[in-house]
Write a protein that binds this ligand. Structure first.
Ligand SMILES: Nc1ncnc2c1ncn2[C@@H]1O[C@H](COP(=O)(O)OP(=O)(O)OP(=O)(O)O)[C@@H](O)[C@H]1O
Ligand SMILES: [Mg+2]
Length: 500
C-alpha cells in the first residue's frame, strides 16, 4: 500500500548552455512507493535528481517536501531535508577504508576524537543488513564495482532518509546482488520510505516498482501505474514511436568467418583464469558468458596485455606473441573497451572530441600530430554512428548523460580500427533503442569489416542475438562453447549455471 504524497516537484526547468535538460517537469512521490524514472539516454533523469538534491540550481519550478517548500543547494542540505541519494557514478573515495567511506563527513566522535572502533563496528553491522560481510577496514579499491555500489547504498540508507534515490544502482550488480538490493528496498518501502529508482532494465522496473514517470527530451510524458502499463506501451512512450524496429532485430546468423586471427592455448594466470583455450576467427562475434566473477573480464585483460599469463601461449596471425602492455596490444590492432567507464574510461575535463581521439593518439604515439580538421571529421563521424547526444563535439564529456559517455568510450576504441575489439558490458546503462543500435553495429563490424569481436554481457538475450559463438565461463574456467543452434537463452542459462 502506498501512502500520502511525500514529495512534489512542480514545473521544474533546467537549462545548460545549448541544452534544454528539463522543461516544466512534474513529479510526485508517495510514502511507501518505489517510483521508477525512465527515459532514453539524455532524457533528463539524472538532471531531475540532481536538481532535487541540490547539485544543480533549478531554473524554474518548485519542490515541496511534506507540503513545505524546500530548495536545497547541496546534497548535504538535501540530506537534512531527509532526501538521500546514490548517484549513477559511484562517488566514493577509493583510498579510504570501507568504514570511512560510509561515515565520511559524519564521523561519530568520542571526547572530540574520531571514534574508529564505533565506526568500524557500525559499518560492519550496516553492511550485514545488506548481506555483505566484508572487511570494513580495508580500502575501498580492494572491492569490485558491485560491492562499492552496495557500500554507497549502505551509506545512503544510514542517514535519516524519507526519500531514497537510486540512480541506476543495479547496472553493475549481478542477479544475486540485485535481488539482495531489492530485498533491502522492499524493507525500506515497508518502513514508509519513498524510493526513486532509475534503471534501464525493464524486468526490474516491473518487479520492483509501483509507478513510473517517463521523460523524453527533457519533457514529462506522464506518470503511470506499472501494473496498468504494458511493456510495449512503456517503451513506445520512452522512444516516442512504435516499437517495430526494436522487436524486429533477429539473430546474428553466422556469416562466413574468416581466417584465424588469434589463438589462446592453456592461458593461465593465478586468480584470474585457468587453462583457457580459444581460437578467434576474423568476422566472428564471440560472447564470454558467465556470472560476475566467473573470469570474463580477467580473461579479456589477459588478451589485451593488462595482465600477463603465467602459463600458456597466445598466437596472433600464426606467430607466438606476448604483450608487454596494453599499448603493445593496441599496436597489434587489439582494442579493449573496459567495463568500468568511470575509473578506466572518461577524462571528464576533456571534450567529447578529445575523448574520442585519445584512442587514436595513443596508438599513433603521443607526438604524432592529428590535424584538427581530421579530428573533427572523425569525432563527428562516430558521434553520428553511435548517435551520441551532444550539443557539439566540443562539449566537455563530463556534461554528457551517463549513457552517452559510455557511447563516447566505445567510439574511442572504434576509431583505432582494430582487428580484434573486446567490448566489456558495452550496453550497460544504455537505453533500449540505442542498445539495439550497438548490437547491430557489432554485427555489422564483424560482417562488413571482418573485425573479430569479443562481447561480454550479463544480459543473455543480447548475447544470443549478437554472438555467433559463446565461450561459457564458470569459476575462472572455460566450461564449454556453444555455437549455432545451441545459442538460445535457456541453453545458455543452463550452461552458465552448470546444468549441462
Ligand atoms: N553539467 C551539464 N552541462 C551541460 N549539459 C548537461 C549537464 N548535465 C547534463 N547535461 C545534458 O542534459 C541532458 C540530460 O542529461 P541527463 O544526465 O539528465 O540524462 P539521463 O536521462 O540521466 O541519461 P542516461 O540514461 O544516459 O543516464 C543531456 O543532453 C546532457 O548532455
Ligand atoms: Mg543518468
Amino acid at each position: 500500500m502506498t501512502g500520502q504524497v511525500l514529495l512534489t516537484m512542480r514545473g521544474i526547468s533546467k537549462y545548460f548552455p545549448g541544452v534544454r535538460a528539463l522543461e516544466n517537469v512534474d513529479f510526485t512521490l508517495r510514502a511507501g512507493e518505489v517510483h521508477a524514472l525512465m527515459g532514453e539516454n539524455g532524457a533528463g533523469k539524472s538532471t531531475l535528481i540532481k536538481v532535487l538534491t541540490g547539485v544543480y540550481p533549478k531554473d524554474g519550478g518548485e519542490i515541496l517536501m511534506d507540503g513545505k517548500s524546500i530548495s536545497p543547494s547541496s546534497p548535504l542540505e538535501a540530506q537534512k531535508c531527509n532526501i538521500s541519494t546514490v548517484y549513477q557514478e559511484v562517488n566514493l573515495c577509493p583510498n579510504l577504508t570501507v568504514a570511512e567511506n560510509i561515515f565520511i563527513g559524519r564521523e561519530p566522535r568520542k571526547a572530540g576524537r574520531i571514534d574508529w572502533k564505533t565506526i568500524n563496528r557500525r559499518a560492519a553491522e550496516l553492511l550485514k543488513q545488506l548481506n555483505l560481510e566484508i572487511d570494513v577496514t580495508k580500502t575501498l579499491d580492494n572491492y569490485s564495482v558491485a560491492v562499492q555500489q552496495m557500500i554507497a547504498i549502505a551509506r545512503a540508507v544510514d542517514v535519516d532518509a524519507k526519500v531514497l534515490i537510486l540512480d541506476e544502482p543495479t547496472s553493475s550488480l549481478d542477479e544475486n546482488e540485485t535481488s539482495r538490493l531489492f530485498d533491502v528496498v522492499r524493507g525500506l518501502k515497508k518502513q514508509g520510505l519513498g524510493v526513486v529508482f532509475v534503471s534501464h532494465f525493464l524486468d526490474q522496473i516491473y518487479e520492483l516498482c509501483d509507478r513510473v514517470t517517463v521523460l523524453r527530451n527533457g519533457e514529462l510524458v506522464g506518470a503511470y501505474e506499472i501494473e496498468k502499463l504494458p511493456r510495449v506501451e512503456l517503451i513506445s512512450k520512452m522512444i516516442g514511436k512504435e516499437l517495430g524496429d526494436i522487436q524486429s532485430m533477429g539473430k546474428n546468423d553466422a556469416a562466413e568467418r574468416g581466417e584465424v586471427l588469434i589463438e589462446a592455448k592453456g592461458l593461465t594466470a593465478f586468480g584470474r583464469i585457468k587453462d583457457f583455450d580459444l581460437t578467434v576467427h576474423k568476422g566472428e562475434v564471440i560472447g564470454f558468458a558467465g556470472l560476475l566473477g566467473s573470469g570474463r573480464t580477467e580473461t579479456a585483460e589477459l588478451l589485451f596485455g593488462v595482465a600477463k599469463p603465467e602459463k600458456g601461449t597466445l598466437k596472433l596471425g600464426g606467430s607466438e606473441i606476448r604483450f608487454a602492455t596494453p599499448l603493445d596490444a593496441m599496436h597489434h590492432k587489439i582494442a579493449f573497451c573496459p567495463e568500468d567507464r568511470k575509473v578506466q574510461g572518461i577524462i571528464g575535463d576533456l571534450t567529447v572530441r578529445e575523448n574520442i581521439i585519445i584512442g587514436l593518439q595513443a596508438k599513433n604515439g603521443m607526438w604524432s600530430h592529428i590535424p584538427m580538421k581530421e579530428q573533427e571529421r572523425i569525432a563527428e563521424e562516430y558521434i553520428k554512428l553511435l548517435q551520441i547526444k551532444v550539443s557539439s563535439p566540443e562539449q566537455l564529456i563530463k556534461n554528457l548523460s551517463g549513457g552517452n559517455q559510455q557511447k563516447a568510450i566505445i567510439a574511442r576504441w572504434l576509431v583505432t580500427e582494430p582487428n580484434l575489439l573486446i567490448l566489456d558490458e558495452p550496453t550497460r546503462g544504455i537505453d533500449i533503442g540505442t542498445k539495439t543500435e550497438i548490437q547491430k553495429m557489432v554485427i555489422r563490424l564483424a560482417r562488413e569489416k571482418q573485425m573479430a569481436i569479443i562481447f561480454i554481457s550479463s544480459e543473455i538475450d543480447e548475447m544470443t542475438r549478437t554472438c555467433t559463438r559463446l565461450a561459457v565461463l564458470r569459476d575462472r574456467k572455460k566450461v564449454t562453447e556453444l555455437s549455432g543452434d545451441e545459442i538460445y537463452p535457456d541453453r545458455v542459462m543452463a550452461a552458465i549455471a552448470g546444468g549441462v
